[in-house]
Design a protein around this ligand. Structure first.
Ligand code: PM9
Length: 459
């Protein structure tokens, strides 16, 4: 029989390996109980396949490792800072680079520079650290993402799009009180869903009409560009690098966690075009992060980020990276497991409401599902629902998001197709046993970003 199938494979081969430890069910029962049923509190040595996050967990390339040996650890004016500045100019196009230790360092600085008490920041769905820094600087976040983003079953191709009517309403109702529009590429909390190029352009034009800046969260912008190449009419023959550059051109600056797209284990930056904003940001940088030419990074880390940025926008890389996520998603979908559709860029998001309809949101179904998956196989995932959403600072009430999700996040260039198979089989096995799962009660609740350290026990 003629074989007309053509598979894709990763555009790399493996040079260094790290052994994994497989635990028994009994060991996992003890580990998750000691961790207060919070996967963030597990020890990594008790985890088999770690899908907690794609943040800082990438495998670096041989070129990045070689670059680390060229770290210029000068306090001021490190050579690697200038390499990173070149990469930021070349691939994203912004004028000023303000290096930070990671993404939230950049969010802290830009929020303090631009936000005044009582301001409103509209954005395409919140992200935990981004919104918290906006709130701590005195603003209220207003969600202006399209409604489909809140529906796990909607197959809209660009669920990260901003609803322009919602945005215009916020701009009209709050004259002089909107410091910037906060736009994210591949919206994390919506399931890694992209914003279209046309929408990004329209948001920028609308914001400009009101004299308001646009600040892009460029953390996963290369993944966003790949979806545009695949789905947006007229973009099929454009490279991911070109699309990334154009997306950034519809903003006045960006925050970046270099731990995601740029394939580094630590690092981040703020990049802006405005000279005065850059100056104010550098003034705060030296107080909270470090000198203007290293922020929070060692020279060697800046080099790894500079090289990683170039690798992150290569079409072959992104095709394989998202291809692996799609592979896992297809398997789960074929088996009837409820996941957020379409499959996003950095992971599979299980729809815990549909998975565990008998557990009310007040008993943290996504948190319970993440714990159950760990118990089944040692696969570590993350809650992205009511626990992550936290409490409204004005009322003190829990914010109950429509999306109650468990994220299986795929680190870049780390796991193989076989790891995806093992993961899918474990999800299936938990799905079969779903009627026996119980909810959780919170026994310790930290004040801020509670999902990182909260503790639970079974109801
Ligand atoms: N994201 C993630 O696992 C790391 C920890 S928060 C649970 O998804 C966006 C879109 C992110 C993000 C981090 C940050 C902050 C900003 N924007 O972690 O501070 O996904 O480098 O970046 C995490 P840093």
């Amino acid at each position: 029989m003629p074989l007309n199938r053509r598979s894709w494979a990763e555009p790399f081969k493996i040079k260094v390996v790290e052994p994994l430890r497989i635990t028994t069910r009994q060991q996992r029962e003890q580990a998750i109980a000691e961790a207060g049923y919070n996967t963030f509190l597990l020890k990594s040595r008790d985890v088999y396949i770690d899908l907690l996050t794609d943040s800082g967990t990438s495998a670096m390339s041989d070129r990045q490792w070689a670059g680390m040996m060229l770290g210029d650890e000068a306090y001021a004016g490190s050579e690697n800072y200038y390499h990173l500045e070149d990469a930021v100019h070349r691939y994203y196009g912004y004028k000023h680079l303000i290096p930070t230790h990671q993404g939230r360092g950049a969010e802290h600085i830009i929020s303090r520079v631009l936000i005044k008490d009582g301001d409103v920041v509209p954005g395409n769905m919140y992200f935990t650290t981004t919104r918290l820094h906006q709130e701590m600087a005195g603003a209220r976040f207003a969600d202006v993402i399209i409604d489909q983003a809140h529906d796990p079953a909607s197959e809209h191709p660009f669920k990260g799009d901003v609803d322009l009517d919602k945005l215009e309403k916020v701009l009209q109702e709050n004259p002089g009180r909107v410091p910037y529009v906060s736009v994210a590429g591949t919206v994390n909390m919506a399931g890694g869903q992209p914003i279209s190029l046309a929408n990004m352009k329209a948001v920028y034009a609308l914001a400009q009409r009101y004299g308001v800046r646009v600040i892009l969260d460029a953390t996963r912008i290369a993944e966003n560009a790949w979806f545009i190449q695949q789905r947006e009419p007229g973009c099929q023959n454009r490279s991911v690098a070109e699309l990334v550059f154009e997306l950034c051109s519809f903003s006045d600056g960006c925050t970046m966690s270099a731990k995601k797209d740029p394939l580094a284990n630590i690092g981040g930056f703020l990049a802006v075009n405005d000279d005065e904003v850059a100056q104010a940001a550098r003034n705060l940088l030296v107080v909270f992060e470090g000198l203007q030419t290293y922020g929070g990074m060692a020279g060697r880390d800046m080099e790894a980020v500079a090289i990683g940025i170039g690798e992150s926008v290569q079409d072959d890389h992104i095709r394989a990276r998202i291809g692996q996520v799609l592979y896992l998603g297809d398997k789960l979908r074929q088996w009837g497991i409820p996941i957020v559709l379409p499959v996003g860029g950095h992971g599979i998001f299980l729809d815990a409401r549909a998975f565990l309809p008998h557990i009310p949101q007040t008993q943290y179904p996504a948190q319970a599902l993440a714990a159950a998956l760990y118990l089944d196989s040692g696969v570590r995932s993350m809650e992205r629902g009511i626990v992550s959403s936290g409490r409204d600072p004005a009322t003190g009430h829990e914010r109950a998001p429509k999306l109650e999700l468990v994220r299986l996040t795929i680190p870049r260039r780390v796991y193989t197709q076989a790891h995806m198979d093992v993961t899918a089989e474990s999800v299936y096995s938990v799905f079969e046993d779903r009627d026996n799962l119980r909810g959780l009660r919170m026994t310790y609740e930290p004040k801020m970003l509670r999902f990182f350290q909260a503790r639970f026990e079974p109801c």
